[in-house]
Design a protein around this ligand. Sequence first.
Ligand SMILES: [Zn+2]
Length: 831
Amino acid sequence: MPTLTRAEAAERASLVDVETYHVDLDVTADGDTFRSRAVVRFRARPGAATFLEFEPVEASSISLNGAPVDPSAIRDGRLHLDGLAGSNELVVDALMRYSIDGEGLHRYIDPADGNVYLYQHLFINNGGRVLPCFDQPDLKASWQVSVTAPAEWTVATNGVLVSRDGGRWEFAPTKRISTYLASLIAGKYHVRTDEHDGIPLALYARAALAEHLDAEAAEIFEITKQCLDRFHEMFEIRYPFGHYQQAFAPEFNFGAMEYPGLVVFRDEMIPRSVVTESEREHRANVIAHEMAHQWFGDLVTMAWWDDLWLNESFAEYLGTRVASEATRYSGTWTTFAMHRKAWGLRADQRPSTHPVAPDEVTDTDAALLNFDGISYAKGAAVLKQLVAWLGDEAFLAGLNAHFAAHAYGNATLADLLGSLSKASGRDLSGWADVWLRRAQVNTLRAEVRRDGANYAEVAVVQTAPAGFSTLRPHRVGIGLFDQVAGGAVVRRRLIEVELEASGRTVIAELAGEPAADLLLLNDGDLTYAKIRLDEESAAAVPLLLPLLDDSLARAVIWAAVLDAVVDGERPVAELVTLVLAALPTETEVVIIEDVLRATRGLVDRYATGQTRPAALELLAQAADRLLRVSPAGGSNQLAAARGLIGATTEAALLRGWLNGENVPEGLVVDADLRWLIQYRLAVLGAADAAAIDAELAADRSASGEQWAARCRAALPDAAAKEAAWTAVVADGSLSNRLAELTAAGFWQPEQLDVLSGYAERYFAEMPEMVRIRKGMSAEKTAMAAYPDVAVSERTRELAAALLARADLNPILRRVVQDADDDMRRALAARG
Ligand SMILES: [Zn+2]
């Protein structure tokens, strides 16, 4: 399928106005194809020529306004039409192919019971893999769907069910929606229903997950209702799409997708094993995020992908906010500060960085690459800063005016800024220019001068990275923390100040103030910047961090510490020492998980071959200490156990846990924890293929199949590596998720000897991989297969040679550019 350019989309929108799609699918046949009959009604400029995205295996009939169209009109994934009338009816009957890459109509066979499951994902422009359509966000239309399916299946779509007769399903037409939002699931889905405030609710998951969906349904419904109520308090337009259904589908590429009336999540969100509170919080956040999209994205849609941020930044901001305000997960801003912002900061400092709102995204390939930490996390952080600056009342008034003006239509950045400016009475053009139109991040550094026990001067120094000159206005919190009797570290004072877009701002109100034990810049995490503490405060961190009572403040400090290590300003050995001192007393599970995960990644890439084992041992000790003090059966215990499993080299300890020996009280070694242990044993060379086969024989499930693929790829022997590599780069019959997880298990810092030669193969063979895998599946697999632990100048030279190729696939180019930049940092930090 050719990528759709912005210019083509603009021209087509000037010629065509789509009224309705009626798509009638027959999914009863076995094999890898299905029938699609479509009727597309649209108005056009008389005499004009245009095209629809369309990629059939075979079109048995095509007619336009009653006259047959020759199948040769289908070329390169497009159906070309000319001689259009003012009012047109296109009727097509075609054989289409199912996908296994998560785009189009994805078909999955559950290894647990052999049941077949389908879900439709047309984003970003895969509509032509299901029916002929004008696949761009500003050509909205009403969708009507009919499906013929095996009699025992369940089918759901955006629209409400009108009738069902055996395997024949008829759904009501939707309101006007964009093509990328048309949704469908079909299969032996297990269903739960409920109702709230006049809105019918439903949940769907595979039959094999039925008992787990039943166990989770109460919580998911509760969060759904709480979030609906909160959005209805904030927004003047009620939820606009009738019913609110949420499906959990296998091998879904995204965390979830915001289809109006039928949101689809990856079905890992229906856990079969014990999970931590942060994983539950994440699901609540995603529920709120997708619900925010019903207004921001579905009701009012960006005109073109330039304004992707209008969708994702708003959904990330509102999802985090609404989950924290309306559900029991009040700590989502701590997670945001700790985890999501680091994602944005990293993306923003790479060579591929781009503004939150780019001037122009040339085509759909480029648009796909902007689904990154900038469009989500940086955009949301910038919106949080905007709310701090405008005030909440003006912000919400502006949003409501925006919805009212553009409901069921499309809008641009200029439209939104107009609504917000009008509501707040403030001119936002300067703000938008520095925060939305310019890439990169500023560093804010605290500087203090003392006069005895008091501050003589506190200043904040703002800098821009090399090659960039932009400085920004910031509204930031500054917290003063002291250690009090009994040892706790508590906030004595919090002030909010406005920093001009200048190099140095003196904080006048802190002159003469008694100096604090720790001065925290960006306390409350209001702004988006790299944060560096003053020297005295930084030196006090190892002593005071474990005693600090405010989890958001701890998250801001941890994020700053980790960022300094990523930049090579602080050695990874110092980080590991801090983790050993501070982690065992940490109580916030998201901080535990993130510190363990981020430190582990830095140890693997920043520590040299000689120092890595010692660093890993200290990390294992930190996890072990935390495990010993964590309450039995709680989330912290599980997070500590996972951290220990990932870092330890003691195979006997791990085997013991598998056999039920010396398992900490309260820790459940269930199916997924067993697999995590098997995975570590495989990496260490302490489990073989037979052990993996035996584990799989005891767990014939979707998760078991995925874990087994990852474990096999992690075995440190030449035959296993060859088999895994060949599967990733050349086996087109491997699904998106199995390809990604096989790649994820492949590279291990413990195994550089047996992996010799595979860095060369990555750069030689990935161009072929991105020919057999497409879109997001190609991107994720290329990322996971990157030789990121083969840290060497040689790997960088190979990357440079590939990047020099003019014919390089743009998805692979972005992946290699970014991963190579990470390696540049790692090499610099190693010194
Ligand atoms: Zn989203």
